[in-house]
Design a protein around this ligand. Structure first.
Ligand SMILES: Nc1ncnc2c1ncn2[C@@H]1O[C@H](COP(=O)(O)OP(=O)(O)OP(=O)(O)O)[C@@H](O)[C@H]1O
Length: 233
C-alpha cells in the first residue's frame, strides 16, 4: 500500500518535546484530518512528514519507503506536496513564476502547468502576470495549493488552509480538495482548527492535544462533548 504511515513519532525543539508517540495513517483516495487548537503540534507533525524538521523517534513511511532521513526535495520527488501554513508565496514573483517553482522535482517533459489547476482556481489564470504579493489572502492560498499540485503529488499535506480566509473561498478550497481526492486518488492530509471544515470534508479524523493524538474516528464522532473539550480553549 502506498499510504502515508506515521508510526509512533516524537519530535523535539531542543529540550522541548512537541510530539509524543504520534501515529496515524492517511490512505490513498481519502481525506484525513488532524484537528487541534493552537500550539498542540499540528504544524510540527507536518514538518516531520515533509522533512522540514527531523522526528527524534519513530518512523514515517510513504509509498513503502521510509522517509526519515530524506531531505525535503527527496520527499517531493517521492510525491509529497506541501501547502505550508501562511502560504509562503514568493511576493515578488508573478503567479506564473510561483507556479513554476513547483517544477523542481519534475523531469523535463512534465514541466508544464496542468489545466486542472486553472479549472479548480480560475482566478490564477486571470492573474498569471500579477505579483504573488499583490493577491488577496484567499487567492494566495489558492496559489499555494496550485503550486503544490504542479508537482503532481500523490500525498498532499495542507497546514490550515482556511486560516484568515473568507467563507466563499473556503468553499472553493473545500470543493477543490474533494475533487482532488475523487479524481486523482491521492492521499490528502489536512491539519485544521476549523471543526466544520473538517467535519464536512474529512473521511477520517484525528484530534491532537499537547503533542498527542487523543481521539480518532469517523467525522460523525466529532460531536461528542468529550471531543469538543479537546478543541475549546
Ligand atoms: N521552531 C520552534 N522552536 C521551539 N519551539 C517550537 C518551534 N516551533 C513550534 N514550537 C513549539 O512546539 C509546540 C507545537 O507547535 P506547532 O506549531 O506544531 O503547533 P500547531 O498545532 O501547529 O499550532 P499553530 O496552529 O499555532 O501552528 C508549541 O508549543 C510551539 O511553541
Amino acid at each position: 500500500m502506498s499510504e502515508l504511515v506515521v508510526d509512533n513519532i516524537n519530535l523535539h525543539y531542543g529540550a522541548a518535546q512537541a510530539l509524543r508517540g504520534v501515529s496515524l495513517v492517511a490512505p490513498m483516495g481519502k481525506i484525513t484530518c488532524v484537528l487541534g487548537r493552537n500550539g498542540v503540534g499540528k504544524s510540527s507533525l507536518l514538518r516531520a512528514i515533509t522533512g522540514q524538521h527531523p522526528a527524534s523517534a519513530g518512523e514515517i513511511r510513504f509509498a513503502e519507503k521510509t522517509m526519515n532521513g530524506m531531505a525535503p526535495y527527496q520527499r517531493a520527488k517521492l510525491g509529497v506536496g506541501y501547502v505550508p501554513q501562511g502560504r509562503e508565496i514568493f511576493p515578488l514573483l508573478t503567479v506564473k513564476e510561483n507556479l513554476e517553482t513547483g517544477y523542481a522535482p519534475l523531469v523535463r517533459k512534465d514541466r508544464f502547468i496542468p489545466d486542472d489547476i486553472f479549472s479548480l482556481f480560475p482566478v490564477l489564470q486571470s492573474m498569471l502576470g500579477r505579483r504573488g504579493g499583490d493577491l488577496s489572502g484567499g487567492q494566495q492560498q489558492q496559489l499555494a495549493i496550485g503550486r503544490a499540485l504542479v508537482m503532481r503529488p500523490r500525498l498532499l499535506v495542507l497546514d490550515e488552509p482556511t486560516e484568515g480566509i473568507q467563507p466563499s473561498i473556503i468553499k472553493d478550497i473545500g470543493r477543490a480538495i474533494r475533487y482532488l481526492r475523487d479524481s486523482t486518488g491521492m492521499a490528502i492530509l489536512l491539519v485544521e482548527q476549523y471543526l466544520d471544515f473538517c467535519r464536512e470534508l474529512a473521511d477520517y479524523v484525528y484530534i491532537m492535544d499537547r503533542g498527542e493524538i487523543v481521539h480518532e474516528g469517523a467525522a460523525e464522532t466529532l460531536d461528542s462533548a468529550d471531543v469538543r473539550r479537546h478543541l475549546t480553549v
